[in-house]
Design a protein around this ligand. Structure first.
Ligand code: HEM
Length: 469
């Protein structure tokens, strides 16, 4: 008997494989759709290469098991290595710098550490709102959230100000980063002759110049901090420059510090920005849910606009709206796992040691076996504790799984809750009724072309009920 293989998409072409139906523009949404049509697992074969995708919560639970599986760093992640090398996100599991950096940085991402970032985050939210007040109040949501999240990680992480909301022009680091990520993303899609075209059109050269420029900026930030150290650690950079790995007694070297800074800039901004953008879209199009979240915020801050550190953990309705947003639209659309030894998944498909596959979160998060018949609906109350307790935990993994799950999870929650609560508190918003959700794919999934119009709320009487929109 031959090897049992997972189903494949229709229209397989002899020798070439499953080339028909590939979508270079929206590959993840296409993959999620195929999983919805042909089952919880499928395999695409292209020129002898086999790519396996998992969308069922039960199979995802099997491959999340760290005893048999671990994070994989296949080509889509390897493409980032020229920028981030052995930084936390792109490190291979056995690279010593992963263990060192994880041990040094994990305490900086604990819930308690958020206190030290809180005021900086609140300042950035405030700057963003002031910029909206000064402008017409109509803006592209993904653009604004991207500026916000990058500014936040830049300042909280390394004391670097892009001044996204205050300077008239744009910090040259931003187009360099955006252009590089676009270039890297494009390399992941197999287009015949791309290398030659990119070289001839100057795109490759531009990319190299962008990367050199970013290295230079980050190296200057590191050198400046080394020359003017703070008395005690204030941010991630201080920690990286002063803390010793408890196991080896070693510090991170300057090159690895640069890798981590670029990693945090890449991993820590688009993910958060996209999740906030989807949350604003879903709340703007579900006024009843927006009203619930506003009522919670208004009850907490009847008189002023000052979000205290302690308040953030109390905003359970806002948190539920964010959790439900990341369920429906996991902005990090999936993660890769590789088998540590020969195994079998779904009781029938043999997997060889070293073979990798992708967990497709958009499907796992909508698996009706976990989420019920209304899995496609935006219903934040499904994150009420009774419902959470009644559900298996493996159906929800927006921050990945196991040892290599997101180190920035608490940071992202604190930042998103703070921003969303402040926006709900200060503004009513309206969305163009003709807009239909268009989801773009870059490193993350994000709403494209989605604009909001915001107007300052009049809050004369603190005890008065708040308007729904
Ligand atoms: C809503 C926001 C975010 C989402 C959805 C998200 C999602 C994820 C996911 C799914 C992974 C696992 C990737 C894998 O297994 O290959 C991951 C890893 C990581 N994330 Fe996040 N992330 C978010 C915010 C952040 C922030 C704010 C930071 C930094 C400040 C950050 C830094 C990292 C790093 C360094 C890793 C690699 C961890 C390791 O392998 O040790 N992320 N993230």
């Amino acid at each position: 008997m031959g090897v049992v293989r997972p189903p494949h998409p229709p229209k397989r072409v002899p020798l070439i494989g499953d080339i028909i139906g590939l979508d270079a523009v929206k590959p993840m949404q296409n993959t999620a759709r195929i999983l919805g049509e042909i089952g919880p697992i499928y395999q695409r074969r292209i020129l002898g290469m086999r790519l396996t995708f998992v969308g069922g919560a039960d199979i995802a639970a099997e491959v999340n098991n760290d005893a048999t599986w671990q994070k994989a760093v296949p080509r889509p992640l390897q493409l980032l290595r020229p920028i981030a090398e052995d930084g936390l996100f792109t490190a291979y599991n056995d690279e010593p710098n992963w263990h060192k950096a994880h041990a040094i940085l994990a305490p900086a991402f604990s819930q308690a550490s958020m206190r030290s970032y809180h005021q900086t985050m609140a300042d950035v939210v405030d700057e963003m709102c002031r910029a909206w007040d000064d402008a017409s109040g109509n803006f592209d949501v993904a653009d604004e959230m991207t500026k916000f999240a990058l500014e936040t990680i830049g300042r909280c992480g390394f004391g670097y100000r892009f001044d996204s909301f205050t300077r008239a022009d744009v910090d040259p680091f931003l187009p360099a980063l955006k252009d590089s990520l676009g270039y890297i993303q494009a390399q992941g899609v197999p287009v015949p002759g791309r290398k030659i075209i990119d070289a001839l059109t100057g795109r490759t050269g531009q990319h190299q110049r962008n990367v050199e420029y970013m290295f230079q900026v980050v190296d200057d930030v590191i050198a400046d901090r080394q020359a003017h150290p703070h008395d005690e650690p204030r941010d991630l950079l201080d920690l990286m420059l002063t803390t010793k790995d408890p196991e080896t007694g070693e510090q991170l070297d300057a090159r690895n510090v640069r890798n981590q800074i670029l990693t945090f800039l890449v991993a820590g901004h688009e993910t958060t920005a996209s999740a906030l953008s989807f949350a604003l879209y879903l709340l703007a199009t579900h006024p009843d849910e927006a009203a619930k979240a506003r009522a919670e915020v208004d009850a907490l801050w009847p008189a002023d606009d000052v979000v205290r550190f302690e308040d953030v953990a109390k905003l359970r309705t806002v948190r539920r709206a964010i959790d439900e947003t990341m369920r429906l639209w996991p902005t990090s659309p999936g993660y890769f796992r590789e088998a540590k030894r020969n195994t079998v998944i779904d009781g029938q498909y043999p997997i060889k040691q070293g073979q990798w596959l992708m967990v497709v979160l958009q499907q796992v998060h909508r698996d009706p076996a976990v989420w019920g018949a209304d899995a496609d609906q935006f219903r934040p109350d499904r994150f009420q504790s009774e419902e959470v307790r009644a559900r298996p935990g493996h159906g929800y993994k927006p921050f990945g799984t196991g040892l290599r799950a997101c180190i920035g999870r608490q940071f992202a929650y604190h930042e998103m809750i703070l921003a969303l609560a402040t926006i709900l508190h200060r503004y009513n918003f309206t969305v163009d009724p003709d807009y239909t959700l268009e989801v773009a794919e870059q490193m993350t999934l994000k709403p494209s072309g989605f604009r909001l119009t915001v107007t300052r709320r009049e809050r004369k009487d603190a005890s008065a009920p708040s308007p729904a929109q």
